[in-house]
Design a protein around this ligand. Structure first.
Ligand code: AMP
Length: 587
């Protein structure tokens, strides 16, 4: 397929904000994509080179992209940079420069989508001496054959910021329209879908659910689309694969123990909410793989966890959902998340760091056991199976999460206090009949922690500092998200960060370095980012405010932590902000 065909779909997607119209555009296009090209097309449509569960990234910085545009257009890097600043988008700058060049060249071949895909897929494997040049050259070669619009989308794909607005649900529905339910009609005028009859809607909902279930299990729309093309039976065969991470189930928040119990139903399973980080552990005989909640493979970083699972888990194959909690090796006392967060990233001196900052694995869920998938099994049963394969708690190594089953508010309150006194963040309330819903922020598992403590928010903008702080990013605009993923600003934060490393805590320098690769536009001192960096903010109070898109603002916010174990999908939701605001008013 020509790359230009894909680009014309990007353009049509970009030209509308209507979700159903986007679904229609995608479905009409997907119908005619040959099976052999489906994988490439589905990934490129999402602006990806690898499936969602594969943590390889292209690692292509804006500085390298500037170089490639300069090589391809014959302009200086300075010219490219100044046009980028003027346009506020490097893709746009590339289209202006490269497109002009192409018009002047007589012989130029058409770019092929597969060729683009394969060339970009090679980037993560290019390492060591000469690899930077090689990357620049190969991107410049592609740009050399690109039209203006092709150049714009090439750059955006390389920088992993395609942004044509395809939400996951849109792709799911488009796959359904294209391959499973040909009777669906999109009425452009009414911007609605039409079914031949009422039973048509029901049948459609069942099919959409089948696509969603398949995606929940394999985490890759390319696999889902290929199966759907051959029919619903193939789709239903997709199941969990050991070694391929599943998106974790997320919890909603309730402001009190009573509200938590009411929400999930009594009796409920209450558990300590540990202050560590999420680990999804896959065991396939002697093979143990560990993933974070962002689905990054961190097996190498945690040899003690691999060992504990091999030694003490009574199962041949299993997928566990757990919280790894740090403790002080000298005193045995548990330590908060920020003490061990460096273990996630550090890839050298692992044994030394492990000795200083060991973790204990607290297992709280079971998704797969000895060949059987358990996502649709009720929580109570999953926990029972878990108890069988982890009989004895081995403190400071591996154990089940502490659990109390109760319907009594008084007992639950006591358990909550006991958990806080033990240094945990609060408790989790879980419905006994809840299923495991990958990627869902569900109402049958809710967290209860002291209200108005902190929020996890994503940085969307900042300002370059002045005077003492020049060269650093300051004054960060942060946002929460709604259930569709749309972001809503909720305030600006400038305090909490340190100027000097010696002061302890997160520094301006550190945050600046983390944000630099995510810069997408700059205008004077104002900088905007691809929303990726998550900050944990403490604050005094939530106020109503017309100044921010969420309708709320935080009073006296300060940064307490960088949450680089979290992604933009994990941040505080607008709904949680609303509830916290209402709760605060009710006090
Ligand atoms: P939050 O990070 O505030 O959204 O709370 C949800 C997180 O709490 C999960 O993603 C887990 O990492 C963590 N957690 C700690 N203890 C438990 C537990 N017993 N059950 C489920 N999640 C837990």
């Amino acid at each position: 397929m020509r790359y230009s065909s894909l680009v014309s779909v990007y353009l049509r997607l970009e030209s509308t904000s209507k979700r159903l119209e986007k679904t229609h555009v995608l479905a009409s296009f997907l119908k005619d994509v040959p099976a052999a090209e489906l994988e490439t097309v589905i990934l490129l449509l999402q602006g990806r080179l690898f499936p969602m569960w594969d943590s390889r990234t292209l690692g292509f910085s804006t500085a390298l992209a500037v170089k490639a545009v300069a090589v391809a257009s014959g302009e200086t890097e300075r010219k490219v940079t100044s046009l980028w600043k003027k346009e506020g988008d490097l893709g746009k700058a590339a289209s202006l420069l490269v497109g002009k060049k192409k018009q002047a060249t007589l012989v130029s071949k058409e770019l092929d989508a597969q060729e683009v895909f394969l060339a970009l897929q090679r980037f993560p494997g290019m390492e060591g001496k000469g690899s930077v040049d090689l990357k620049v050259k190969s991107l410049a070669a592609l740009l050399g054959h690109a039209s203006a619009e092709e150049a714009r989308f090439l750059i955006r794909t390389v920088l992993e910021t395609l942004r044509v607005g395809i939400a996951e649900g849109t792709l799911r529905d488009a796959i359904c329209w294209a391959y499973l339910d040909p009777r669906i009609r999109y009425n452009m005028e009414k911007n609605d879908i039409e079914f031949p009859d009422e039973s048509g809607r029901e049948a459609y909902n069942t099919l959409v659910a089948a696509v969603q279930q398949a995606y929940d299990r394999c985490n890759d729309y390319a696999t889902v689309a290929k199966a759907a093309k051959s029919g619903v039976a193939a789709l239903r065969k997709i199941s969990l694969t050991l070694g391929v991470p599943v998106r974790v189930m997320l919890a909603q928040k309730e402001p009190s123990v009573e509200a938590g119990l009411d929400r999930v139903g009594r009796p409920a399973a209450l558990e300590y909410k540990y202050d560590g980080f999420r680990m999804q552990v896959h065991k396939k005989k002697a093979d143990v793989t560990i993933f974070t909640r962002r689905l990054e493979n961190v097996t190498v970083q945690f040899p003690e966890v691999v060992h504990a699972v091999k030694e003490h888990l009574g199962a041949e194959t299993a997928i566990l959902d757990c919280e790894a909690v740090g403790f002080d090796p000298k005193t045995g006392k548990y330590t908060p998340f920020q003490h061990i967060s460096q273990r996630i990233r550090r890839k050298y001196d692992i044994a030394k760091l492990q000795a200083q900052l060991p973790v204990e694995l607290n297992v709280f869920d079971l998704l797969y056991l000895d060949g059987k998938e358990l996502l649709d099994t009720e929580f109570e049963k999953r926990r029972e199976l878990l108890t069988k394969i982890l009989k004895k708690p081995i403190l400071k190594t591996i154990k089940l999460s502490t659990l109390l089953q109760t319907g009594s508010t008084a007992e639950a309150e006591r358990f909550y206090k006991e958990s806080l006194a033990a240094g945990n963040e609060g408790i989790m309330c879980k419905s006994l009949s809840g299923k495991y819903q990958p990627g869902g922020r569900v109402g049958h598992m809710v967290k209860v922690k002291p209200v108005l403590d902190t929020m996890d928010l994503v940085v969307v903008a900042a300002e370059w500092g002045e005077g003492k702080r020049s060269g650093w990013l300051t004054s960060f605009t942060v946002a929460c998200r709604d259930e569709t993923g749309e972001l809503f600003t909720i305030g600006k934060v400038g305090t909490g960060l340190k100027e000097l490393e010696q002061e302890g805590g997160v520094t301006f320098q550190q945050v600046t370095e983390l944000l630099r690769p995510a810069i997408i536009a700059e205008q004077g001192r104002e900088v905007t980012f691809d929303p990726a960096l998550v900050l944990e903010l403490a604050f005094e109070e939530i106020q109503r405010s017309p100044a921010y898109a969420s309708g709320y603002a935080l009073r006296f916010p300060r940064v307490v932590n960088v949450r680089d174990d979290r992604s933009v999908e994990d941040i505080t939701s607008l709904d949680e902000v609303r509830r916290a605001f209402e709760h605060q008013r009710g006090r």
